[in-house]
Design a protein around this ligand. Structure first.
Ligand SMILES: Nc1ncnc2[nH]cnc12
Ligand SMILES: [Zn+2]
Length: 315
């Protein structure tokens, strides 16, 4: 089944480039840039990847991102992910990056922008992988800071097609970013937002009604609200679901509790994605494989999920 799933043509719509930083590359970049990491070995890093919730993961994820310093570092990070895509027959990607994670520690905005864009262009030319980049605002920071980020990004307007919203969800509802999303949309950008990962269904309603998003990232907690489920079905708004992430961050204690196949059967436009593959134990194929192993996903369901991933693309 693994090989069959791996060969299935797929698109990935929920992937944080900073979350694809494998421990090996983390150590290589730490050495290249003379940066002290709080871990002494690859094994030590891996054993730190035991999370009880989203915040525990984010604390480590932001520490890992400190090794990313130069345009070449961002190119290498992005290209390593794209090589994985090539291995797993992922033909289209819409990755996120978090500019504030880098600009707030003194890295000029153009450094990640240029390194990432160059890798995406090379993958398009050399591997035939199509893509569109999504610029995410960190929701634990202020809307004013998001506005400043959008302004810094505008000289690179042709290198990204949408804005997104990520980081700590609880206590940072979508409505906090109403104005900056309106501004982004007025510039012709599309919009997505993480909502209903740990946060309540209300945050999904807000992402739809206030931010006017074109797609919801995660959205699994929408399943608790049948009226919301019906709205998502009626409008065929896609959910970029990340099964291994949800179990690693204890949204569900075990994969056997994950509702993704029930959501699919009810008519929701759900897709399968890896979120932060180096931290959560697998890329796209491993996420599909987990659904087969723990939920009994059939080949027909896998084909439907893969078809959804192309139907839900925005770029
Ligand atoms: N799963 C996730 N949720 C929110 N913010 C993130 N940043 C990286 N991964 C994330
Ligand atoms: Zn995410």
């Amino acid at each position: 089944m693994y090989n069959w799933l791996n060969d299935l043509p797929k698109a990935e719509l929920h992937l944080h480039l900073e979350g694809s930083l494998e421990p090996d590359l983390m150590f290589e970049l730490a050495q290249r840039n003379n940066i002290q990491l709080p871990w002494n070995s690859v094994d030590e890093v891996r054993s730190a990847y035991n999370f009880n919730n989203l915040q525990e993961f984010l604390d480590i994820y932001y520490q890992g991102a400190n090794v990313l310093q130069t345009e070449q570092d961002f190119y290498d990070l992005t290209m390593a992910y794209l090589k994985k895509c090539e291995e797993q027959n992922v033909l289209h990607v819409e990755p996120f990056f978090d500019p504030q994670t880098h600009t707030d520690r003194g890295i000029p905005f153009e450094v990640p922008m240029r390194g990432i864009s160059e890798a995406l262009a090379d993958a398009r030319d050399l591997m035939g992988i199509s893509s569109g980049l999504i610029l995410c605002f960190l929701r634990h920071l202020s809307e004013e800071q998001a506005f400043a980020t959008l302004e810094q990004a505008m000289p690179f307007r042709d290198q990204f097609f949408a804005v997104g919203l990520d980081s700590s969800e609880m206590g940072h509802p979508p409505v906090k970013f109403a104005n900056v999303f309106a501004k982004a949309r007025s510039e012709g950008l599309l919009a997505v937002a993480h909502a209903g990962e740990e946060g309540p269904p209300e945050y999904v309603w807000q992402a739809l009604d206030v931010l006017k998003v074109d797609r919801i990232d995660h959205g699994v907690r929408a399943w608790e609200d049948q009226k919301l489920v019906q709205r998502l079905i009626d409008e065929q708004i896609a959910l970029t679901v990340c099964p291994l992430s949800n179990t690693k961050l204890k949204v569900y204690e075990h994969m056997s509790e994950h509702p993704i196949l029930q959501m699919l059967e009810q008519g929701l436009l759900v897709t399968v994605n890896s979120d932060d593959p180096s931290y959560f134990g697998g890329y796209v194929t491993e996420n599909y494989m987990a659904l087969h192993e723990h939920l009994g996903m059939t080949k027909e369901q896998a084909e439907q999920l893969a078809a959804n991933s192309f139907k839900a693309r925005l770029a």
